[in-house]
Design a protein around this ligand. Structure first.
Ligand code: KIV
Ligand code: ZN
Length: 541
């Protein structure tokens, strides 16, 4: 293990470089919140992604919380190469020793000890005096420094702590060996101006301030976590604690992707940057969504579906002339393939022509007039117009026309702990009737496999969303599916009081569009990897 002295030198060297360290706590502050828990395998996948993203410190968990947490931290610590592995501990010997053991295999390890310092917490949560808090903090840092490469001390609820006492606590923690001192806004109470003032005060008054990294950790209760973190950076903080998609206690932590992109896009203003590979921001966000099943809001900055989408005619017109008119960063900078000019009822002819051309159509002015009129009529009925709708319009077809396949029968059953099975009966408008059955991970998966098998159309699902339409127990379920087939994206949607049937209708809508688009291609449709895995249950044709 490197010596503490060596480490202190390297921290000071980094400070000179003036780079902001990204301390990711997705797997600790993020994972501990309702709806975001992950099993060990998921945590490991996320940790790999975070290291590839280039986070400086990865807080992998709270080893004393449970044997599973301990095992996950130990596994992640052994896996990380360039990223510092960090484990959380209260200022009690058992927690600190447990964190030290979990980090034994780490190339670079950090124990993060924390203790509340505010009067509210001292009196009501801890029942401790100021002197007791000081002693406990010092003892914890001293114990931790013998067990890892670097020690971070956090003063929980620091922003509601008397500033003079905070100076005392941080000075003592640094004298005891802390190399990073973190001043969290635990309850998301502060404003940017106040945070900036507090960090400036701390940096000017804490003894040993020049030897350590000051860190900010902001919660989002008033929606100011990112602004507050950036204000802390402006006042000299050189570590920011944050999470992918901003997940975390209550309203969440500061969002990593927003902080990183603010520092990049406004680099000249902040005069500092991070070492994050920003092209991995979107993939990291998507992976977290996939692992937790919790998607981000459409209009979420940086990674939301609408972050680089433009629908209004005026904006689209500007974008087509010069991207900088309505974009301050490129989607590819954050790992999103391209700007989306979403076609809907607000779109204009210029965007429609451009999209049709990209799809291989070359409408003259008269043809464009015709398609545009039908496009507007369709846009009044549908929220979004997809490429396959446009294709149908350009070919003179009604994109909403049903068929050629119809679902005539659907049976599913789920088997506790053993997946599910489904059988479907479909009728083709040419008179064919096909029945197929398949197994799947769940009823929806089984139905999709059975439909793929029955129609011979392989679908690689890229998106699957189910949401209630209306309220109450009898609300209808709406399924939206997107799939790739023959190098193109296809979309379908279905509505039913039974969500499995809604998903089946959505899948069939996609198959129908594919077949309408290229009837001749159907018999040759290559089975997708999903179909190849399908087990047929008494299939009959
Ligand atoms: O919000 C907080 O204060 C924390 C500490 C453990 C750093 O998460
Ligand atoms: Zn927190």
């Amino acid at each position: 293990m490197e010596t503490q002295q060596h480490h202190e030198q390297s921290e000071a060297g980094d400070v000179a470089a003036d780079r902001v360290r990204i301390f990711d706590t997705t797997l600790r502050d993020g994972e501990q919140t309702p709806g975001f828990s992950m099993d060990r395998r998921a945590k490991l996948r996320m940790a790999q992604m975070l290291e590839a993203l280039g986070v400086d410190v990865l807080e992998a968990g709270f080893p004393q919380a449970s044997p599973d947490d301990f095992a996950a931290v130990a596994e992640i610590a052994g896996m990380l190469r360039d990223t510092t592995a960090c484990a959380l501990a209260r200022c009690v010997p058992g927690d600190i020793d447990s964190a030290g053991r979990a980090l034994e295999q780490a190339r670079r390890s950090r124990i993060h000890v924390f203790l509340s310092t505010s009067p509210l917490h001292r009196e009501h949560k801890l029942g401790m005096s100021k002197a007791q808090v000081l002693d406990a903090a010092v003892a914890a840092v001293e114990r931790a420094r013998g067990l890892c490469h670097e020690v971070e001390f956090s003063a929980e609820d620091s922003m509601r702590t008397e500033p003079e006492f905070l100076v005392e606590v941080f000075s003592a923690a640094i004298a005891a060996g802390a190399t990073t001192v973190n001043a969290p806004d635990t309850v998301g109470y502060m404003t940017p101006a106040e945070i900036a003032e507090r960090f400036a005060y701390l940096r000017a008054n804490v003894k040993g301030a020049e030897r350590v990294v000051f860190s900010s950790h902001c919660h989002n209760d008033l929606g100011m976590a990112v602004a507050n973190s950036l204000a802390a950076v402006g006042a000299g903080a050189r570590q920011v604690e944050c999470t992918i998609n901003g997940i975390g206690e209550r309203a969440g932590n500061a969002s990593l992707e927003e902080i990183v992109m603010a520092l990049k896009v406004r680099g000249a203003y902040f005069g500092t940057d991070t070492r994050i590979d920003t092209r991995k921001l979107y993939p990291a966000s998507r992976l977290l969504t996939e692992l937790t099943g919790q998607s981000v809001q459409r209009n979420k900055a940086i990674v939301g579906d609408n972050a680089f989408a433009h629908e209004s005619g005026i904006h689209q017109h500007g974008m087509l002339k010069h991207r900088d008119t309505y974009e301050i960063m490129r989607p590819e900078d954050v790992g999103i393939a391209e700007t989306k000019l979403v076609l809907g009822k607000h779109s204009g002819r210029a965007a429609l022509r451009k999209r049709l051309e990209a799809l291989g159509h070359a409408p003259d002015d008269a043809a464009l007039d015709d398609v545009f009129a039908r496009f507007k009529a369709l846009a009044d009925k549908k929220r979004e117009i997809h490429d396959d709708d446009l294709d149908a319009l350009a070919r003179g077809r009604d994109p909403d026309a049903a068929g050629p396949w119809r679902l005539t029968r659907l049976d599913t059953s789920a088997h506790l702990g053993a997946g599910a099975s489904a059988s479907v009966k479909l009728r083709h408008e040419d008179g064919r009737e096909v029945a197929e059955a398949a197994l799947g991970d769940g009823p929806v998966d089984a139905v999709l496999r059975a439909i793929e098998r029955a129609t011979g159309t392989g679908l690689q699902l890229s998106r699957f969303q189910i949401q209630a339409v209306g309220e109450g127990g009898d609300a209808q379920g709406e399924a939206r599916l997107a799939a790739r087939h023959a190098g193109r994206d296809w979309n379908g949607h279905g509505v039913s009081t039974d969500i499995v049937e809604a998903a089946a209708q959505a899948a069939l809508a996609i198959v129908n569009r594919i077949e309408q688009h290229a009837p001749a291609a159907q018999p040759a449709a290559s089975p997708s990897p999903r179909t190849a895995k399908t087990k047929t249950l008494g299939a009959s044709r």
